[in-house]
Ligand binder design. Sequence first.
Ligand code: ADP
Length: 428
Amino acid sequence: MNGQPNTDIAQRIIWLIKIRFLIILSILVIVFSAHLLGMQFQFPFIYILLFFAFIYNFLFYYIGKQFPFYLTTTLYNYLRIFTDLLITTILVHFSGGVDSPFNVLYFIDLATTALFFGSSLGILMSGHAIIFYSLNNFLEALKVIPHYQIAVLPNIIYSDPGYFMLKSFSLFFIALALIYTMSYLSMKIHEKQEEVEKLSADKINFMNMVAHELRSPLTSIEEYVSLALEGLTGPLTPDQTKALTVIKKQSKRINDMVNDLLDLAHIETKMNKFETYNLPLVNIIEKAVCEVSPQITANNLSLEKQISDKLPNIPGNEENLLEVMINILSNAIKFSNPQGKIKISAEQIEDKVYVAVKDNGIGISPGDIDHIFEKFYRTSSKESARRKGTGLGMALSRSIIEKHGGRMWAESEGIGKGATLMFTLPVK
Ligand code: ADP
């Protein structure tokens, strides 16, 4: 902590204090109307009370402005709300006790407390309010303190125009205060949401820019290394060939990562400009299998396909869906053990196509299963770390599937028990 208050919360508390000046003014208007209507309020006491409320509110405002650190402390806010509830109770007492039109003021204090400081302080202060309110009513009932009758005709206050006009007035002002508070909060939520969206867009733009900047030097490195390896820059010693081969392999890895990053940025930013065609999904699966079949043979794996004959055409982007299938199959190959088995299945159930790629490889632990779709996430298991990767393939694949209106997830019974990567795509 750097000793600085959270400026956002501090700002909200100052706003709350300012709005209380408005509430005090509203009460003054109501009381003044009551005066004109000939109600039997204890006017001198109430005017003094309102003056006192104005002074202590000003004090809280002054302390908050001069020493912003206190604004966010529990003690400061507790004292502030405590004083408010106490003054409200005294006001209620002098304006009719249980009949007082100011009873609703408790709700403003308690609702704003809960909204701004959470339910714990809200509940604590409700407890205070109930005690103050009941204590006043009890003391009045037991005649320990006087009860100030406000209606002209006792017992039939519903027919007293002064009383119900006053009640309407106070309801109106209280409603105004609540509306103002609610709209202030909703405006704040909206502002925060815009801020988050902007930050996320900035992050994607930055990622995009870095990836772009990296691409050309990387391509030069790869090209020059290839030229050198082909002997076009002069004869190489065996050690130099070995070193250049490592450089070539590693720069290819970085290049793959940069390309994945650019694809991801492209998918995330071009959310709405997405061209889709009616595609036979079965062809995409076959194409992907064709691409990865050299790796399947090289790793001595077996591949089984269970693709329904009735697989419908789906609206989608061929290039992107092919990328998803290749990513999933490449992972199934990469995370399989020698002589492992991979099974692809695809079928339509109701209005969705389900595609699953199951392997009996190293598996995924329950703690990792939902994280593998996060950018740069690679599981920490030793077996997984041994097999190189960027941690972007699954993030990219899920983004593509979601952009198509589908869902993508993984299932595994645990480490060493294989994994199944699945996705759905809507048919229409
Ligand atoms: P990577 O380039 O590391 O493969 P991915 O985003 O494709 O990145 O996958 C993220 C992580 O998810 C992998 O590092 C791996 O730990 C885990 N994973 C993905 N597919 C499988 C699978 N079929 N079997 C086991 N683990 C998998």
